[in-house]
Design a protein around this ligand. Structure first.
Ligand code: C5P
Length: 241
């Protein structure tokens, strides 16, 4: 059993751990997330390994800088061949629009498939106290929806958000918008540093298209069994048409 809606976060800092987990999970997982911990220590080698193992890749480097720098950075990353790249919506409309346009132009020029580009709305680890400390006037959920609509208007393919906000985003942005949700915890699993969490089935019911799951799988005593349990739960919620 496998499910392309499951993305396992490879939060390691060496390639041997990656190879061991990917081999152990085998055909049960087709999609992996490479984040900053792994990419900053191993670099392009990990993307090459995953591609040679026929896996899909979400390269989660959350770019956040001025428009020209983010667009240039994304074009460099696109050459690695990941399926999804991301930026921070907090960089603003102009940054997101420039990034989406330049990525499309560069992909057309190189005649390669453009990776999906999604925006991080508000990190799933941010709790109400952190939020208030940042000094925003809007409610957190209102801000997430506002950023998702801005990302859509700027030409992005979707967002990263908490499963608790997926329903409101789906309602605001329509059906063809990717909603990738970290902060997913099977019932009874440790919450770790996440705050705005939901179970795999709740996240899918709320409209998530992909679930990013790290520690509940990679830190499990038996990662394969943990994955199977999550896949079974996910199979009770069919993919939206
Ligand atoms: O171990 P856990 O399941 O909490 O891992 C979640 C993964 O999703 C981590 O790699 C984290 O960096 C990433 N992520 C997140 N919240 C976001 C965006 C990405 O937790 N808003």
């Amino acid at each position: 059993m496998s499910d392309n809606r499951l993305i396992v976060a490879l939060d390691f800092h060496n390639i041997d751990d990656v190879k061991q987990l990917v081999n152990e999970l085998g055909d049960s997982v087709n999609y992996y997330k490479v984040g900053m911990e792994l990419f900053y220590s191993v670099g392009a080698e990990v993307v090459k390994f995953l591609k040679s193992s026929n896996k899909n890749i979400f390269l989660d480097l959350k770019l956040h800088d001025i428009p020209n720098t983010v667009a240039g950075g994304l074009c460099s990353l696109m050459n690695l061949g990941a399926n999804i790249l991301n930026i921070h919506a907090g960089g603003g409309y102009t940054m997101m629009k420039t990034a989406a346009e330049r990525l499309k132009m560069e992909a057309d020029l190189l005649k390669i498939e453009r990776p999906k580009l999604i925006a991080v709305t508000v990190l799933t680890s941010i709790n109400q106290e952190d939020w208030e400390g940042l000094g925003y006037n809007l409610q957190m959920k209102g801000q997430v929806v506002r950023l998702a609509k801005l990302a859509q208007k700027a030409g992005l393919d979707g967002v990263v958000a908490s499963p608790q906000e997926a329903k409101a985003i789906r309602e605001a942005c329509g059906k063809d918008f990717l909603i990738v949700t970290p902060g997913v915890r099977p019932a009874g699993a440790a919450i770790n540093d996440q705050s705005r969490i939901a179970t795999p089935s709740q996240a899918l019911t709320n409209g998530a298209t992909h679930l990013v799951i790290g520690r509940p799988i990679i830190a499990a005593e038996n990662p394969k069994e943990a994955t199977q349990r999550i896949l079974e739960e996910m199979s009770t919620i069919p993919a939206a048409q």
